[in-house]
Design a binder for this molecule. Structure first.
Ligand SMILES: *Cc1c(COP(=O)(O)O)cnc(C)c1O
Length: 378
């Protein structure tokens, strides 16, 4: 089976993990800072806080901005549930915004319509790896005194308007889940240029305590102070060692993804029922996902049917995402129902994610497209 996503681990990654296991530090050791520095060097951001998952990183970001119960945060519904769950964790209210149907990126004009006196922040999701319209979002945030957060779990290595992802929002969140660009097993990071955000995120990942074990060891004291209710969201040195090793391969992974995407784009341009997503100008797309829109009606087949045929043929297509507002938890808790976000729901009916990963080859792209062609020409 060709999966929709997969990690790529080589001998030097394994050696890096073994070295960490022998180093004397399994957690809160020097590898954590090294990994944070690697992300800072790569993105240009000043501060990085490594945590146990992308979800934890989103939660840290919400704590860092001081989200209060009842505060509203505008977020797209065409995303993974975690993008909105972080708001709910804090007692905030996720307010779902529509997307541009061509790119599936949050629509700044719709964000503007949903700003109220309770709005505190916008979480933009770089869907599939394409950076959002940050200049428009920045303008809105500045006009209304909002904090702009990038859920960049798809877009490590992306660029927009001459700047790296990591520099385009007040806080940027990455995930190191094996499906993402860089794998640590589970893992995530918050990067920011604001010292106070970084300090709060750092405290939140360690129970809300002002220092960690290594800092106390170095300082030769035992006192610590818990200022806030935080969590244990620490990332281990074992995982950070793997992350550092994987960061060296990120340029190659991105290049492979770009080449595969260009091949998909060119092959699919001759298809009747399969259409690639729209691309913005002046961006570097990081291609976490390669998503096509399928006209199932014209094709005369259901998505379920096409999905099953492709899986039978060994092509692990997937669907990203079921709109968050349609999940029972969100419907029940915030009173959402089908029809609340018609553009998002319409887009959802037509999307399919094709295989895309760091070690994808032209041969894999051709195998996938051959299977799609047999459906398109049927
Ligand atoms: C993967 C992902 C997350 C969560 O990351 P985890 O590391 O799995 O917790 C959040 N948002 C988006 C858009 C993601 O794709």
């Amino acid at each position: 089976m060709i999966p929709y996503a997969r990690h790529h681990i080589e001998d030097d990654d394994i050696e890096a993990v073994i070295a960490a296991l022998r180093s004397g530090w399994l957690t809160t050791g020097p590898m954590v800072e090294h990994f944070e520095q690697a992300l800072c060097a790569y993105t240009g951001a000043q501060y990085g806080v490594a945590v146990s998952s992308g979800t934890a990183a989103l939660h840290c970001a919400m704590f860092a901005i001081g989200l209060e119960p009842g505060d509203e945060v505008i977020v797209p519904s065409m995303t993974f549930a975690a993008s909105a769950n972080c708001v709910a964790y804090m007692g905030g209210i996720p307010v779902f915004a529509e997307i541009d149907p061509a790119t599936l990126l949050i629509d700044p004009a719709d964000v503007a319509r949903r700003i109220t006196k309770h709005t505190r922040a916008i979480i933009a999701v770089d869907y599939a790896g394409q950076p959002c319209m940050y200049s428009a979002l920045r303008k809105l945030a500045d006009t209304h005194g909002l904090i702009l957060i990038a859920d960049a779990c798809h877009s490590l290595g992306g660029r927009a308007d001459g700047q790296n992802v990591g520099m385009l929002a007040d806080l940027t969140v990455f995930s190191f889940h094996p499906a993402k660009h860089v794998a640590t097993g589970e893992g995530g990071m918050v990067v920011t240029n604001k010292a106070s955000f970084a300090e709060r995120a750092r405290r939140f990942r360690n129970h809300g305590i002002d220092s960690d074990a290594r800092e106390r060891l170095q300082r030769g004291g035992w006192l610590y102070r818990m200022d806030d209710l935080g969590f244990n969201y620490r990332l281990t040195d074992i995982q950070c060692a793997l992350g550092i090793s994987q960061m060296h391969k990120l340029p190659l992974f991105l290049e492979n993804r770009e080449i595969a995407a260009a091949a998909y784009n060119s092959i699919l341009s001759g298809f009747r029922y399969f259409t690639p997503l729209g691309l913005r100008d002046n961006i570097r797309h990081a291609y976490h996902l390669y998503v096509v829109k399928v006209d199932f009606q014209a094709l005369g087949r259901s998505r379920d049917d096409v999905f099953k045929q492709l899986h039978k043929a060994g092509i692990g297509v997937n669907v990203h995402y079921i709109p968050v507002h349609l999940h029972p938890y969100y419907a029940r808790t915030y009173g959402h129902r089908p029809g609340d976000l018609p553009i998002t729901e319409e887009c959802y009916e037509h999307i399919l994610s094709l295989p895309m990963f760091g070690d994808i080859t032209m041969e894999i792209v051709e195998t996938v497209c051959t299977a799609l062609r047999s459906i398109d020409e049927d």
